[in-house]
Design a protein around this ligand. Structure first.
Ligand code: LLP
Length: 403
């Protein structure tokens, strides 16, 4: 995305043109950026030849997942819906892993029928339930056990998953008990140790700590795992230039794998799709109050939850850069009846006017997938840009879809 003659342009199309043709709010993704992200991810870990399972929860657009599939990626799913979506997108079930702390019997049964690569179990009760269902079906099921490595991912509290106070995985002691349970059950084949310590991780050191914890547990278990699933969590730069040091993470994994010779699985979401997407929105009104200049957009927290939910800051840009920098501070808000319906505070931004088009950046991950119909607001259209071509990859919802 860059400014060409003051016009913000995504691949070969200006944001102004997109907004005129398709209306606002609109999610818009760049195919070229997607391709670059996947190529870079593969390059970063090429010496490991890992299985890369895209975390479907980060972006659930069927057409986008179809594109991701073409690069040979598998899928990490956390519900029957996500599993159905991955299969519909054509992803080979032998490249699908199923995570999550609360898989229902129906979900386990469906996953067994679809013969997916792994069901990554997160508790003793779940392992027993998988065994019970597999026995009824007279099948053998490949499973993983998720270890809680008690590692602080040094990310936001709300998206940390690898500490002992988090609900995810089992501690080392329970892990060893479950390994023994699996060894003695006829319908379960233990194949994998899985972990996922959190999301938006920018420091490689927690990953090194996590690998140490895994190493210790495997040595105690004295079991040969065919797969080690390291989860996802690789962070992206939203509003600073911080980057995860992939080189150091890769070196640590290589060192770790020497002792274990397992195949590595990754479950990246954000690092694949985070920076491919923008949310295009129009200013409805500008309202000056005693204290603030509110810029009220036609997009709201129901369309993009991250700022309201996590205090996340997304870079914001004007679609046309043609005015002087304002002395005002703008509060960028949506029309929803909650004071948390705020995207950001803009300082040293260009002067704004009603009907201007505003772009919120880096919303490809956990943007549309976290959206809702709160306030009976139809969900935005989703578009995929490939060079000078625009494809509608999901239609805008109608009020009639909701009422
Ligand atoms: N694997 C598992 C088991 C997960 O729970 C997650 C994300 C991932 C993989 C993918 O993580 P990623 O590579 O995208 O960081 N809504 C939050 C993020 C929640 C992440 C939940 N789990 C946000 O908008 O920041």
């Amino acid at each position: 995305m860059k400014y060409i003659n003051k016009n913000l342009t995504i691949e070969k199309i200006s944001v102004e043109a997109i907004s005129k043709r398709f209306g606002t709010p609109a999610y818009c993704y760049s195919y070229d950026q997607l391709r670059k992200n996947i190529t870079n991810f593969k390059k970063n870990f090429s010496s490991l030849s890992p299985l890369i399972c895209f975390a479907i929860k980060s972006n659930t657009n069927l057409n986008l997942i179809k594109e991701i599939k073409k690069f040979g990626l598998g899928a990490d799913v956390v519900s029957m819906g996500e599993l159905m979506l991955a299969i519909k997108a054509g992803i080979n079930p032998k490249k699908i892993v199923f995570s999550g702390v609360g898989k229902t019997s129906a979900e386990i049964s469906y996953a067994i029928n679809k013969k997916i690569l792994l069901i990554n179990a997160e508790s003793q009760s779940e392992i027993k339930e998988i065994n019970r269902i597999a026995k009824l079906k007279n099948k053998k099921v490949q499973v993983g056990i998720r270890l809680n490595p008690n590692t602080d991912a040094k990310t936001l509290n709300q998206i940390s998953t690898g500490r002992k106070e988090n609900k995810f995985g089992v501690n080392s002691k329970t892990f060893l008990e479950l390994v023994n349970y699996c060894k003695n059950s006829n319908n379960i084949i233990l194949k994998c140790l899985s972990v996922h310590i959190g999301s938006q991780i920018l420091d490689y050191k927690p990953y090194v700590k996590m690998l140490k914890a895994i190493n210790k547990t495997i040595n105690r278990a004295n079991f040969k795992f065919e797969f080690i699933d390291l989860g996802g969590g690789m962070g992206i730069s939203y509003n600073n230039n911080k980057k995860l040091n992939y080189k150091k993470y890769n070196i640590a994994i290589k060192k770790f794998i020497k002792n274990h010779k397992s195949k590595i699985i990754f479950e990246p979401g954000r690092s694949i799709v985070g920076n491919i997407g923008i949310l295009i929105s129009k200013i409805i009104y500008i309202k000056k109050s005693e204290k603030k200049n509110f810029v009220i957009l036609d997009a709201a927290m129901n369309d993009l939850m991250r700022p309201a939910l996590y205090g996340a800051i997304h870079k914001t840009l004007p679609s046309i850069k043609n005015r002087k920098i304002s002395k005002k501070t703008y509060e960028l808000v949506g029309p929803i009846c909650e004071s948390t319906d705020k995207f950001s505070t803009l300082q040293k931004f260009q002067n704004l006017k009603e009907k201007d088009i505003i772009v919120i950046c880096d919303v490809g991950a956990y943007g549309m997938s976290l959206s809702s119909n709160y306030n009976v607001r139809p969900k935005p259209i989703e578009l995929l840009i490939k060079g000078s071509k625009i494809k509608v990859i999901k239609k805008r919802q109608n009020h009639s879809d909701l009422i």
